[in-house]
Design a protein around this ligand. Sequence first.
Ligand SMILES: Nc1ncnc2c1ncn2[C@@H]1O[C@H](COP(=O)(O)OP(=O)(O)OP(=O)(O)O)[C@@H](O)[C@H]1O
Ligand SMILES: [Mg+2]
Length: 279
Amino acid sequence: MSESAAALDITDLVFRYASGVADVLRGVNLRIDHGEFVALIGQNGAGKTTLAKHFNGLLKPSSGSVRVMGRDTRAAPVADLARAVGYVYQNPDHQIFAQRVRAEAAFGPRNLGLSPSEVEQRVERALALVGLREHADDFAFSLGRGQRQKLAVASVLAMEPRILVVDEPTTGLDQAGARGILDLLSTWNVEGRTIVVITHDMTLVAERIPRTVVVNDGLILADGPTRHVLTDASLLRKAYLRPPQVTRVAQRLGDLGVAPDVLTVAELYRQIAARMGPS
Ligand SMILES: Nc1ncnc2c1ncn2[C@@H]1O[C@H](COP(=O)(O)OP(=O)(O)OP(=O)(O)O)[C@@H](O)[C@H]1O
Ligand SMILES: [Mg+2]
């Protein structure tokens, strides 16, 4: 795998789960460079998870190609793909199977053939990052939903992949838990890793993720800076999505001179304050 190639390079990807049934992905083209932080959004059943499972070779194209750091996933050994791309499942319970928290987090790195001391270091670091260090000796299934979500992230972080794909990391979490996970992913991205997040949480995308890709009915409907994509109400409507609430408020305030591409509450506040003059 080559550092100079794109992190992910997908060309004309078509995929169906079985022959004779409809194509779920119908010709996807997508390139993600190293160090990018990308949101994949789209309504239920649009094909987000199916697309993401191609990023680490869990699924292979029916036609077209998926290249991870230059290597075609049909040719690359599974172990190389697992080292390069970490994938956190939509449901943490599909991923967690070890007994204790520490053992769960150690499973991935141990399979990479690292020395026991390296495994231990990585596990401690990953558990500390997600705030689960004091739960290291607990049973994984005794954790709450939010903590299991964090454990699922930690077990993938411990493998220190260059590319991290996280499928709906905030589902079932409260706002603080969701922000905690996003903080973690942001830190990881600032350190130079490529992150792809699948989410239905438009507010988190607006606040944190610079590039947004809209998946609709097995195709990429839009791909660009989040400020362009998430503020384009008519485009989003085609994917049965809506701009974040605060953007919709800003757009209704257009007559007062508020810009239509507001993404956060802080931005809206500044726009209104600027128009009201000193208080
Ligand atoms: N294992 C499978 N076998 C057959 N069909 C599947 C399978 N998994 C998903 N599908 C179908 O493929 C389509 C896309 O599903 P996918 O899970 O990729 O969507 P999604 O965008 O991730 O949706 P959600 O937001 O609900 O997670 C759906 O029509 C779904 O029913
Ligand atoms: Mg999904």
